[in-house]
Design a protein around this ligand. Sequence first.
Ligand SMILES: Cc1cc2nc3c(=O)[nH]c(=O)nc-3n(C[C@H](O)[C@H](O)[C@H](O)COP(=O)(O)OP(=O)(O)OC[C@H]3O[C@@H](n4cnc5c(N)ncnc54)[C@H](O)[C@@H]3O)c2cc1C
Ligand code: HEM
Length: 404
Amino acid sequence: MLTPLSAETIALVQATVPALAAHGQVITRTMYRRLFVREDIRALFNQANQGDGGAQVHALAAAILAYAQNIDNLGALTPVVERVAHKHVGFHILPEHYPFVADALLGAIAEVLGDAATPEIIKAWGEAYWFLAEILKGRETAIRGQLLQLEGGWTGWRAFAVADKVRESSVITSFVLRPVDGKPVLRHRPGQYLTLRFGPAGAPAMKRNYSISCAPNGDHYRISVKREAHGNGGSRFLHDQIRVGDVIEATPPAGEFFLPDVPQRPVVLLSGGVGLTPMISMLETIAADHPGLEAHYIHGTLNSATHAMHGHVRSLAKRHGRTTIATFYSDPQLGDAPNATHDVTGYITADWLRANAPIDAADIYLCGPKPFLRGLIGDLARVGVPPDRIHFELFGPTSESLAA
Ligand SMILES: Cc1cc2nc3c(=O)[nH]c(=O)nc-3n(C[C@H](O)[C@H](O)[C@H](O)COP(=O)(O)OP(=O)(O)OC[C@H]3O[C@@H](n4cnc5c(N)ncnc54)[C@H](O)[C@@H]3O)c2cc1C
Ligand code: HEM
């Protein structure tokens, strides 16, 4: 049982919110500089998200501010705690790692605020950090415990061989992953992601999250990866270097974006681009396990060249019988034609959804690039869909959430 924070600690933390808002990014950067003095701690992170423009810098700064702002109403943080705890389990963050962040964070606050960081303020922040840290550690330990109880479950990094590599479109390739130990794998919840560790020999390993793009089966996972031309090269490495038979490592499926075991309402699945991956896992599961469920899948992509897994989705819908599908192309290429290659030219809109899907009665699952999510979630809220029926996955750190 956690001892509640004292009124004095809460007041001192709240008093630092304006200063943190002004210095949040600098404090976080200073914190990472201090934290990454230790190579073993640095190696825990996804290096692509660090650095001056790194999204993780924003994610942690945003988390700290949200925490300080809500310190007298910690219930508001529950969804954030759940997401962060799953992310930490995916990156194999353990209780013994927490003191390093405490030292780095408090040192950074002291360094950046200078004289304004009185011993009382540092003490209050220490108490507040450990209060949050205990909540996260507790949840992460519980998640790891559950993972070990389930058939095929494991914790930490496990070796997987690439059993198949399939080109799905001009930009997306799938990889089927089978455990090298030949034992069963945990049946993930449809929508969850893996954290993978891979990279060229002799270089620091890359760590990336990939949503599982097949239904749970106890035997293997499939991921489907878009090749990104820019950035730090994780997706390029997978596309260009990884061959059938190569071995990469994965932590167990994680994430709190998934189709429930017993869906209570019709479902509307909306994806943009490579955001289709968790939806394919859900569609396969719906076809196999939920014959009575009404499902609607609406997917947006550029054109037929980038359109992945269309034949597979069509056959799943046919097999299920209660799944409708619609496809939007925003940039049709020569030969693409509505009612032939796709259904609608343009972007998915709330007006179209209102006319063609039961958005007032359904649970709505979205995954896609930030502008896709920001636009559709805002539109769905405006047409009156309650927030608790809108579920989304973002393919990056939550950073400044979808607001900015
Ligand atoms: C929960 C979750 C699930 C995910 N599921 C999937 C999935 O199913 N399939 C999938 O393909 N991806 C998925 N991702 C994204 C994936 O983890 C990687 O982020 C993605 O593969 C890109 O990695 P990268 O190393 O190639 O590029 P990164 O270095 O991570 O860069 C990503 C993008 O950032 C931009 N960028 C970064 N640096 C620069 C720069 N210097 N200049 C210009 N632009 C830049 C580029 O647009 C680039 O394409 C998921 C992410 C999360 C968090
Ligand atoms: C109270 C303490 C902590 C808070 C508030 C916190 C907060 C966060 C947040 C907000 C994210 C982003 C989640 C998302 O993608 O949505 C995150 C991810 C992460 N955290 Fe923490 N964290 C804490 C402690 C730690 C510790 C102790 C470590 C390890 C030393 C750690 C390592 C990581 C890693 C590796 C990621 C994933 C980074 C990525 O996606 O690149 N965190 N954390």
